[in-house]
Design a protein around this ligand. Sequence first.
Ligand code: BGC
Length: 786
Amino acid sequence: MDVKSILAKMSIEEKIDLCCGADFWHSVAFEKYGLPAITVADGPHGLRFQYGESDMLGIHNSVPATCFPTAAATGCSWDIDLLKEIGSAIAEEAQTNGVDAILGPGLNIKRSPLCGRNFEYFSEDPYLTGQLGAAFVLGIQENGVSACLKHFAANSQEYKRFSSNGHVDERTLREIYLSGFEKAVDLGKPSMIMSAYDKINGIYCSDNKWLLTDVLRDEWGFDGIVVTDWGGMHSRVAGFKSGCDWSMPGGGTTHLQRSALKAYQLGELSEHEINKCAKRMVNRILLATANRQCSKEFDKDAHYQMALKAATESAVLLKNDSILPLSVDSVAVIGYMAKNPRYQGSGSSHINPTKLTSLCDAVPDWFYAEGCDQLGNTNEYLLEQAKEAARKSKICVVVAGLPESYESEGFDRNDMKMPNGHIRMIDIVANVNPNTVVVLLCGSPVETPWIDKVKAVIYMGLPGQAGGEAIFDLLTGKANPSGKLPETWPLHYEDAPCAEYYGSPHRDAQYREGIYVGYRYYETATVPVRFPFGYGLSYTRFEYSDLYIEGMNVHVTIKNCGKVDGAEIAQLYVTPPKPGIHRPDKELRGFCKVFLKSGESKEVTFILNERSFAVWEDGWKVQKGKYEIKIASSVRDARLSQIIEINGIEVPVSHWQDGSWYASPKDYPPKEDFEKMLGHLVHAPEPLRKGNFTDENTIAEMAEYSFFVRIVKNAMIKAISKDNGGKPDYNNPTFRMTYASSVDAALFNLAISSCGAMPVNVAYGILEIANGHFFNGIRLLVKKDR
Ligand code: BGC
């Protein structure tokens, strides 16, 4: 049967059911119409497919799969072919397991170094994000599996992720938070996109017609389905109207179906609105199932080798005072993570790897000392052992970074610091032996107060299951580092423009810095940084020459002038004409990774287009004038440049621009300037107090004001800590994630959107009691589902 005939046969109830899931990972099957269920599973760093108990936080086990480096690492590769290969390999594993769609890649922008989920995202730059995302999608989909971009959109913090409201102007959305998705839709043609949990300017993403229909479908031409983030359907009725096709997970959400049916019966939701979503669902299910391949085993060893290649090509050499590659055998390896690597992040992208190699596995005959545990706990004995190992060897490699409990889905970091014990371990070792190399395992930038004491630093991100072997190859020169940072490493967190108002305790997200995210701010405000965007060293040297521009094509020749083979990532930045509409000093508009043998040179070409010069001012507009094209090795290391004249228009400058923070950004943007840019005042959310609570508040918030809710809170904490004898363990990422997704999740999310985590009447009964209406609350609590 074709789409039209299937739809003609389906009742309105069946269509609504189809647009809600069957369970955690499946759509509802309608065998009588020849419509099977499709199966989805998490990505994006490998397949997280669960047969048994299911969850959205990576708590229960999943099938063994190759754990590729996280996006925090692969983002450093700037390698489109590599991302395509990884996507293709994950899709092969999906086919083996009968999975039709992979929930990835994650394309949110790294707005602050503290976002707990930065390890799942590629970059602070939307152009790089979009290019890498598109390649990953193409890789997945060429193997007959659907890819799903997530989390659409502006979901750049974990704090209050289920309910936070992003105050953001349209230019910032278009230029920064949407354009990576736009590029990936354009180049990758993904079959699915996941709406984010949060609100943009007061409207939940799942309810947001402007976002999901006007922009995504009508402007960008997206023709796949929109699925909610898990438990992220705010209103099924609004979702049908906005173009949010599929509410997931299903199973315990019959109230969503009921609300839609009721709205239909009352004439508030039309058959046409339901049909549009149902049609897209039927279409996608038929296409997805037609692409199924006979499942065959995938080649575990070949995929391990691919994970190794990805980890190696993603590593960034941050410092090297002529010590690497190592030329001696007398090496001590120090740090718990050398034996027990942190190689992936916590949460829904958590993979059950087919194999895991630590640095110690790769080099069993180097001395090893633990120094401190993952959390940084140490004692005199461990430190003495570390010193001893450092004294005995010519060179020390310290493996340090961030523990799992510091960065995860569900919560953000408190600061940019490494645990004290890791810092102490580096200090002590470097004091004893100045030939110290630090290998960092972490999913986002850290402050490095110890940097001057050590001779070299390699950043591995979270490098996946083959990370240990990759570190060994890089240290010894079997591989030449070629990664570059896709995000700025500020000297201190306080230097980030959003540091004053990002995340906890601010329940809403004010995007006051506007378009000045990452290097767009640091470059324009000329703030010193630890490592600039696009930065990374190599064991060889590259020279740039012969820049010439023909129309929109920019050509340059790159030569490997060193003694070893290597790859360079050349970057193209555009500097706009001044004066005029305020703009960042430099914006990345092209990049190219080129492998060159020692002595070899190649001409590379960057292709620009109108968008390379455009700003969003009520539409994409190109300011006429002289632009500088810079070819650079990092955003702070331009090697060649040329001015070009671009035809365009006189883009109007807003009346508030002159004298505002945006005209010359420096330090933190004042709220008044932000409000002027937005054109309205930004009100703080209602203060937390009895009488003010709504279903967007959390049990944790209400417990501060109500004895009854305190009892509920304690009972919930006990329940989520049952594996730890009922005692909360704040160093355990699973506990913290579960806490954030239950005790500190918006009530409506617990009750309405998630699959029955809390019965609706119980949630609203608790809300009444928290607001001081005890008897009303009790009435609701004992009532049947509302
Ligand atoms: C995450 C998504 C994930 C989904 C399913 C959510 O909590 O935000 O990225 O795909 O769970 O596990």
